[in-house]
Design a protein around this ligand. Structure first.
Ligand SMILES: [Mn+2]
Length: 234
């Protein structure tokens, strides 16, 4: 079976709990649609775990992308002209959930630091797959519908911080599977649940904000939820 989830934000135990719930095995594949790190405590632990898994494909979220830039920045000499440019973003990142990631990273040995940076750097922006005759476009988020029609004009940032128009159908013949925006912000009545409408499947249920972690099986479109009270931040 092929599964998709998103926005783990350091919720290591919810992730492990979900794998057990879906009986995730060697023959299964899991797509994680970005934002593995930041906000929660265990983003770095998660990355090191995911880097070892051959059947988990992580896409890049805005937090993963910023973490990669900022953790690399730690190696930038203070007198480099780049340091001045980056310090503002660095402070923003620390205050926008980056601090636990920064703290855990600095406690790693050199081998694991390298592993984390190599893995973050390897994360693709999007993927397209066909499962059981059904087509899926997967990314953390995406641009406005009109821009998406002209795919070649899209930039990486469109898929990291773009605002999907969930009320519009992007593809007639495929589902757009995305994360980034907790589903309650798309539709209040979807709080803590996967949003499915207009050929969109939005899977970020806001696990880090105390909601369940959501997961969808792309073969059957069956939804799974794993809930516990840990890792909740307000
Ligand atoms: Mn995001």
């Amino acid at each position: 079976m092929i599964y998709a989830m998103s926005d783990l934000h350091g919720c290591y135990n919810k992730f492990i709990g979900m794998l057990e719930k879906i009986h995730f095995g060697e023959k299964d594949t899991l797509y994680i649609l970005g934002d593995i790190v930041d906000r929660g405590a265990d983003g770095i632990k998660l990355l090191l775990n995911l880097a070892e898994r051959k059947n988990v494909i992580c896409l890049r979220g805005n937090h993963d992308n910023t973490a990669l830039r900022m953790l690399n920045y730690l190696k930038t000499p203070a007198d480099s002209p780049l340091a001045d440019k980056l310090i503002e973003i660095y402070q923003l990142w620390l205050s926008d959930g980056g601090y636990p990631t920064y703290k855990a990273f600095t406690n790693l040995d050199e081998d694991n630091k390298k592993k984390v940076l190599t893995y973050l750097n390897s994360l693709p922006i999007f993927d397209e797959i066909t499962v059981a005759g059904c087509n899926f476009f997967l990314s953390h988020t995406g641009p406005k519908q009109e821009k998406m029609q002209n795919f070649d004009s899209c930039e990486m940032n469109d898929f990291l911080i773009g605002e999907i128009e969930y009320e519009k159908i992007y593809f007639k013949d495929k589902f757009f599977v995305s994360g980034h925006t907790p589903t309650e912000l798309i539709d209040e009545s979807c709080k803590g649940r996967i949003f499915r409408k207009n050929n969109h499947i939005a899977v970020d249920c806001g696990a880090i904000f105390g909601n369940p972690l959501g997961c969808i099986c792309l073969n059957t479109l069956e939804e799974f939820y794993y809930s516990n009270t840990e890792n909740a931040v307000t």
